[in-house]
Design a protein around this ligand. Sequence first.
Ligand code: HEM
Length: 180
Amino acid sequence: MYGIVNKAIQDLVIEQFGESEWEMVKKKSGIDVDFFLSNEPYDDDITYKLAAAVAEVFDMTIGQVLNIFGEYWVLRTGKEKYGGLMSAGGANLKEFLVNLPLFHNRIMLMYPKLTPPEFKVSDISDNAIHVHYFSKREGLQEFVRGLLSGLGKLYNTSVLIELLQTRDEGSSHEIFKVSW
Ligand code: HEM
């Protein structure tokens, strides 16, 4: 994944815990990188090792780490570094989610070597939508849950997020039902 992802994990740890805790995470992860360049692609393994090290150092599950990181990604990285792109995504939560399938097309213009997630939506009603998540990567469903709850907060909308199906149970992809 592009360095901006690893860099955001670093920023999250430093902001919420401190510099020395970040050094502990880096050491525990065993990765041999001093700093991340946002525009350089890195091996996915680095991101997974960082998430696992954060979980170990702060006694959380990897799912909890990914969930917190998903919220941070929307509310800090997205909102502060790509505010224009985020607000162009929609005027409210429903609109943003309806447009989500096209969202990473624009990201690819900035990050051409992106391996983006794929989203589809179905069952759209006045107060709920099904978000289908397809990925070449494993184990990121809690990241998606965190992203979706971050979007709820971004739009000041209280949301209920239910996982209707998952690859963990043999399905082809994840489906999240987002209700508001
Ligand atoms: C301006 C905001 C955003 C930017 C700049 C951005 C950019 C990125 C980047 C750089 C990656 C790493 C992929 C790679 O390097 O190959 C990524 C992955 C991902 N993004 Fe976004 N993204 C944004 C918003 C969102 C939103 C709003 C969602 C969903 C609600 C989302 C869902 C994901 C997921 C699930 C992944 C993991 C990749 C996978 O599942 O294979 N992103 N994004």
